[in-house]
Write a protein that binds this ligand. Structure first.
Ligand code: SIN
Length: 352
């Protein structure tokens, strides 16, 4: 009798486990935050290039790609409806605070941000430095408006949702998914005005690929801020401007800026962050006025080496390492929101 009872128990447990195995896989909850851009752009014809960015609301974007619902429980929120050339610090703060709140309240397992491509890399890096959680945050955009023939937005959105839903996307920081590639936000940049394959990571290449419904990662950046910047109480950031270097540049721009209330200058220098003598003198004067001067490069790849071609210690400059001028500006603004200690800020540039 005991044996029959035991057999009955074992069979029951077996059937129960089998039934559990067959239950549908839990879908990740994914919130899509829309900000505008060409992915939400609308043109007057399928073949003409002219269009207005940020016209299509989030619900229409989601309805256009019903396949996204195969990968997660999807909901959408409209954060902004702008062309990304109008992206600004207020919207960055709103976006970072919203994402942190969503994860704090456990409302989503992953987030996708739809964004114009012009400043997508800047928003991605800003979020990478300010989102406090390691859940996937994926930025996506399109080069062709939603009304164009062979538009790329629907495919890009589906890919971005797949990336967000993939467990391998945890702990990758904020990433950019475009044109079947996944990029680290620190290194990615828009390289062409109109080409679909415009996004590249010139120094290190994409970190992953998406093809045929599969997400594959190849490497992970070791650059990870030890402590993310807390922007929850900020309404603005210290002002930092970018100055472009070129042959026979006059010191006028730097001198004007040095006489303004800005806190930092990112100098997009020639080669290894170089400048001519008059611009160098003006930058030195800016440092004497308390402005933090950070040397970066206009070449589009490579890094700036400290104390190498330039006597940075004597001149009071810091260097951007391999960050582009536009990303160096973001790190400098955020660093200045916490400290004016130049050696700490320099450490951020070497570690973040
Ligand atoms: C924009 O950045 O909003 C316009 C260009 C684009 O999204 O490709």
């Amino acid at each position: 009798m005991k044996k029959i009872f035991l057999l009955f128990l074992v069979s029951f447990a077996f059937i129960h486990i089998q039934a559990q195995d067959k239950s549908p896989k839990k879908m990740p909850r994914i919130i899509i935050l829309a900000t505008g851009g060409t992915i939400a752009g609308s043109g007057e014809s399928e073949t003409k290039a002219a269009y207005t960015a940020g016209k299509v609301p989030i619900d229409d974007l989601l309805n256009a790609v019903p396949q996204i619902h195969n990968y997660g429980k999807i909901t959408g929120e409209q954060i902004a409806q702008i062309g990304s050339q109008d992206m600004n610090i207020t919207t960055w703060l709103k976006l970072a605070n919203r994402i942190n709140q969503i994860f704090k309240d456990n409302l989503a397992d992953a987030i996708v941000v739809t964004h114009g491509t012009d400043t997508q890399e800047e928003t991605a890096y800003f979020l990478d430095l300010t989102v406090q959680y390691e859940k996937p945050v994926v930025l996506v955009g399109a080069m062709r408006p939603s009304t164009a023939m062979s538009q790329d937005g629907n495919r890009n959105l589906l890919d971005a949702v797949m990336v967000a839903a993939d467990p391998k996307s945890q702990d990758k920081g904020v990433i950019v998914s475009m044109n079947e590639r996944i990029f680290d936000s620190r290194d990615v940049t828009k390289t062409s005005t109109t080409n679909l394959g415009t996004f590249q990571s010139r120094n290190f290449g994409p970190i992953g690929l998406i093809y045929d419904g599969k997400v594959s990662y190849y490497y992970k950046s070791l650059r990870d801020p030890a402590k993310k910047f807390d922007v929850s109480k900020l309404t603005s950031l210290p002002q930092v401007e970018i100055v472009y270097g070129y042959a026979d540049a006059s010191p006028l721009t730097v001198t004007c800026l040095a006489n303004s209330p800005i806190k930092g200058i990112v100098y997009a220098g020639m080669g290894n962050g170089n400048f001519n003598a008059p611009v160098g003198k003006a930058l030195e004067e800016a440092v004497k006025k308390g402005i933090v001067v950070c040397r970066s490069n206009r070449a589009g790849s490579g890094r700036i080496t400290l104390e190498n071609e330039v006597d940075d210690a004597a001149l009071g400059f810091i260097v951007a390492d391999d960050l582009s001028p536009q990303k160096a500006r973001i790190l400098l603004m955020l660093s200045l929101s916490e400290t004016s200690d130049k050696s700490k800020i320099q450490t951020n540039f070497f570690e973040y």
